[in-house]
Design a protein around this ligand. Structure first.
Ligand SMILES: *Cc1c(COP(=O)(O)O)cnc(C)c1O
Length: 369
């Protein structure tokens, strides 16, 4: 049996180990927030935003941000049908309704035209998810948001390193949320962060994140509202401090992996990969190929062939509207079609050219089948 090629695996160096060890040994008592504060500062610098709150997950960051925007029962939140469920669950937990719209065939992200058509008097927010590092058309989405006075939220969980017209993904919307789950480019094991440039929203989320205790509250153990508990631990933040120091290296490597796949695969017709339109940088979290319809390639065939070669290939996200809890009468032809002929390729930091070549050979064999 050939050795297994994993699809993701974090890059942990001596630096992460050193910081985590220090946090475990010394990061208590008055030092218990040191790495958390340092991580938030470093992340703000990286993204060029004013405020950041480290969280236990991206889902938690989204949940608190959406709660602070007042999203609740009867409200609708527009998002792409192709997505990880984590973007939709906070909406459901708040009693609101996720409204799924179709994606663009080239970026696999929200179609702005359909977003505008989906707006109703109940629409409370639009969530732009930068899928696999591919960027949403933020100019158009922000203009639509502005025109209808609806905030645009960025779920940038997959988009560290992605840059749109000079601005980093996650820094353009009313607020942004990132994930540091072990599969993501930058990891703390589990973890996330809430970022914004809005001082009022920041204060509100800060209070929510501290079990409803406002910063200026002098009475001890006195919550001012019912809040949440989605905090990142100091030990996780220590790992994050090392990773954020390496952020450029980590995304440079992701881009290198994507570009090697691209250079090997561009000779074949019938394939498309993560796009990188002018004046954007794709952080390349997940190199992905979509086979043209004419190739007749199916998801099942892809999964089986990769499994035979002992290579982890991850299925493209299912349309959320196809899941039992969201099943409805919506029509999203692009979202229903693309996942059935697409696959995410292995792209962990230390993947070798030989391993990437093995992946390419599988794709070649499928195309020649
Ligand atoms: C990974 C991911 C999330 C969830 O992140 P967690 O940290 O696991 O909560 C949310 N949205 C998208 C688009 C993701 O890829």
């Amino acid at each position: 049996m050939k050795s297994r090629i994993h699809y993701t695996k974090p890059s942990i160096t001596e630096l992460e180990v050193r910081y985590a060890t220090d946090a475990a040994a010394n990061g208590w008592g008055e030092k218990c927030y040191e790495y958390i504060n340092r991580f938030e500062e470093a992340f703000k610098d990286h993204l060029d935003v004013k405020y950041a709150i480290a969280t236990s997950s991206c889902t938690g960051a989204l949940h608190m941000g959406m709660a602070a925007l007042g999203i609740g029962p009867g409200d609708e939140v527009i998002m792409a049908d192709i997505n990880w469920i984590a973007t939709a669950s906070p909406i459901v937990h708040l009693g609101a309704k996720p409204v799924f719209v179709d994606i663009l065939p080239d970026s696999w992200c929200l179609d702005p035209k359909l977003v505008e058509e989906a707006i109703t008097p109940n629409t409370k927010a639009i969530v732009a998810v930068h899928l696999y590092g591919n960027l949403c058309e933020m100019d158009k989405l922000l203009a639509i948001g502005e025109k209808h006075s609806i905030p645009v939220i960025e779920d940038a969980a997959e988009a560290i390193g992605s840059i749109y017209h000079g601005k980093r993904a996650g820094s353009m919307g009313k607020f942004g949320a990132f994930s540091f789950h072990g599969t993501k480019t930058l990891t703390t094991g589990e973890g996330g962060i809430f970022v914004t440039n809005d001082a009022v929203l920041y204060e509100h989320v800060l209070t929510l994140s501290n079990h409803g205790r406002a910063r200026g509250q002098t009475k001890q153990f006195w919550p001012d509202m019912v809040g949440f508990k989605y905090k990142m631990s100091n030990i996780q933040a220590a790992i994050g401090c090392a990773q954020i120091e390496r952020a450029d290296e980590l995304t440079r490597r992701k881009r290198e992996i994507l570009s090697y796949y691209r250079s090997r695969l561009e000779i074949f017709s019938g394939l498309s990969m993560n796009p990188e339109p002018v004046d954007t940088v794709n952080g390349a979290w997940m190199p992905t190929i979509v086979f043209d319809q004419q190739t007749g390639v199916t998801r099942e065939e892809l999964q089986n062939t990769f499994a035979e070669e002992n290579i982890d290939a991850r299925v493209f996200f299912h349309p959320l509207s196809s899941l039992p809890m969201f099943e409805g009468k919506i029509y999203t032809p692009v979202s229903s079609d693309i996942p059935a002929r697409a696959i995410n390729l292995p792209s962990f930091h230390d993947i070798s050219k030989t391993e990437q070549d093995r992946v390419v050979n599988v794709i070649e064999s499928i195309l020649n089948d």
